[in-house]
Write a protein that binds this ligand. Sequence first.
Ligand SMILES: [Zn+2]
Length: 301
Amino acid sequence: MNPFMKISQVMRLAYKKHILIPAFNVAYLPMLKPISDALSECNTIGIIEVSRPDIMNFGAKSIEAVAAEYEKFANEKFCFLHLDHVPVIDENFTDVDWEQWIKNGIELGYDSVMIDGSRLSFEENIRITATVVEMAHRNGVCVEAELGSVLGHENKKLPPYEEIFEKKIGFTQPEEAKIFVEKTNVDWLSVSVGSIHGAISGAAKNQKKICARIDIKHLAEINQKTSIPLVLHGGSGIQVDCIKEAIKNGITKINIGTEIRQAYEQVMESDQKIAEKMVKKAVMGIIDSYQIYNSADVLLT
Ligand SMILES: [Zn+2]
């Protein structure tokens, strides 16, 4: 757990001031140090995170390994450690021992955890999220949950993007979001408002992501009804202007996975050092595009 600052406070302040906290997925262990280095050099507050798919499908190995790497290399004056996507039912529709994953994350000192009950019924999602919130809050750990479904992890063909957007397939319903937040006491909510996850399996994981966008009106309605920091998954590949508008409307944390993973993978086999530099460069590019240099000055006062 971060000894310098509390993630709950930093996220609340960022939400209030419309400052983005970028969250970077560690798909391979050596990606962690360059992410942290980039944040320190830019004086930017960010989150370093690992998801179950990063471990199962790529090279993040285990949540223990990521916590150890974090302990070794992260500069906690600028970052937090988050356990991303612990699904109750995974992308292949098998049951996951979510309780064990969450317990481990809490014991290992993660600052926050995400329970993903998005493949459950609304009631079941509420029930399990509330259980996790209780477990986590007892230990001073924050919880992110997901309502609606951000598509893309599943190993099946998606409908055409325009159809997803027009018909709002998987979109979070504002009224449900309100009830969900009230009943679970969750800290932040991952919402589905047009973004999609990068593919994590098959040939598609190496392809360029679809250029997604965000339904700002829909997002604004959710924000108005929930008043807690909102999270955008599948942040890679969305136009910067669109994201800036989303930040004004409640999005506080954006998960960035595909973009930095692919930067690393392109050269990881031929030159490890250059691969790490590519990650740092990509992270700095993201900090630059959202103009969040020196966010630490504002968020740590
Ligand atoms: Zn996600």
